[in-house]
Design a protein around this ligand. Sequence first.
Ligand code: SIN
Length: 312
Amino acid sequence: MVSTSTQIAGFAFDNCLMNAAGVACMTKEELEEVKDSAAGTFVTKTATLEFRQGNPEPRYQDVPLGSINSMGLPNNGLDYYLDYLLELQESEPNRTFFLSLVGMSPEETHAILQKVQASDFKGITELNLSCPNVPGKPQIAYDFETTEKILSEVFAYFTKPLGIKLPPYFDIVHFDQAAAIFNKYPLKFVNCVNSIGNGLYIEDESVVIRPKNGFGGIGGQYIKPTALANVHAFYQRLKPEIQIIGTGGVLTGRDAFEHILCGASMVQVGTTLYKEGVVAFERITTELKTIMEEKGYESLEDFRGKLKYIEE
Ligand code: SIN
């Protein structure tokens, strides 16, 4: 019997596929749809302390090999997602869900995390250190000093399971430096990767999204090699207690297989979920299981992280 079950932070999930924060997760109705699909769990839209309208539209565009977005963290505010998750804990006590969040300043991030810490929330928290789309706010995890300061302050009071959503890194030295910081903290996971920030897509003579004169985060097929490199680089460098969630360019079971081969314990689907809807989870799961069957693998542990290199 082939199984795609997995665990993160000691919580069990009957499937390793889930949505990526930002897709199908703004409203309770969208989250319910993911919850009731073949996905193993869901993550909410990244919540700020208060409701945010986000950037002006059009701010998301499907493009041939993926997507470009500059959403600007539109969301219903922390209480909307936290209240829903607290209700779900009662009605679905055997399942675990992810809450994504970040503040518009370090102070707001701490206020949000302190609220989660003080609540009865028993799920997993993902701190988004990588949104590329808020004008004037750089992607936090590209600033190692700020990232380390935030993590050291957070872990002084936050004792619930916590992971971080990362932007893609492109330099081996940056993988080394980032991993050295993350290894100092009791993180449960890192999620690699958010969109590749500030790309530009042009049709005829014009950009396709309004915010920032068309600059936006790139997702989909364009980013799979970068996503896989980040998953594997952190799998090689992080202490084993810090698991990897792989995100980026997952269209097929083969893509999910490659993320797991690179070291991912969970795989998130963003652009493909946006384009295809929640039926994508069943299709990708079936394709992944077929590959596992062909190779004689019964569980993800049989091949996780076992990427082969070309010997000298
Ligand atoms: C956004 O809301 O701008 C996308 C979220 C993200 O990239 O973190």
